[in-house]
Design a protein around this ligand. Sequence first.
Ligand code: FES
Length: 318
Amino acid sequence: MVRFATPRVSGVTRGAGGTDGVEAWRSGDSHGGLPQTELHGIVTATAPRRTGAVTPGRGDGGPAPRRAAIAVRTLRQDRWWLQPLLTVLALVAFIIYSTFRAFQNAYYFAEPYISPFFSPCITTACEGDTFPKLFTGPSWISPALYILVFPLGFRLTCYYYRKAYYRSFWLSPPACAVAEPHNRYTGETRFPLIFQNVHRYFFYAGLVFNVILTYDAVVSFRDETGAWGHMGLGTLVLLANAGLLWLYSLSCHSCRHIVGGRLNHFSRHPLRYRFWTVVSRLNANHMKFAWASLFSVAFADFYVFMVATDTISDLRFF
Ligand code: FES
């Protein structure tokens, strides 16, 4: 539950309706039944803040009520900082690990498994034979770097991750009802954030990657000699990773718009309506799929690394 402290007001300006913004705010707080703690002297006037959302008018053409000028950053008393902190820690850990592995350029293939960080492996320098070798790249460039832009771009422009890293890294804002430190808000209408709008195209590229990683999971039903009809723990790991990546992609907001957007009558498009219904259900869990697939990609790579370095042996089921 979000808990707020109640400010003490030293000066108010009454609106046309006889209720000023602070009183309305206070009355809303007390009606919520939340515990109240007096913070003396933190409010000095009702002058509107220079930044943040504009208080809406009353809808009758009259002047909008003015906002309380609250000197402290927030009145929340719960641990609102915990979620952005955990987000930073998780994303930084992933970035460090994936960067190290991409530049390590080794231990990413252990027959019949290939790490998702390196798939599709498209240069002649690649280990294994899971994908056609399309060109000879300089051996000092890791094969992961040729393909990284697509999964990276897909995640960077994802609507959920945008919210997550805007809040946790840029504190814009760090949480609901917590003021952000920036003076201006320009949204995603200007360079460089306007490029977030290419998310739909990264979605298409992500689908291609999902097909390839699903193929990798299928070919992992082989043993070390290449014979089919076998399965190991690594097969399960790659299957789970491919499944979570599909869930992440199919729950994407762009996917939902592609299957059900721009329609005036669902009744005339029953098939698209059915797809839209399924995607909408998945979309409600997009955040969970975003995190689960991020961890599964890292874990799949780590599993292949452990097998490739002979730190562990793959558990073979049959
Ligand atoms: Fe997250 Fe598209 S909105 S992947």
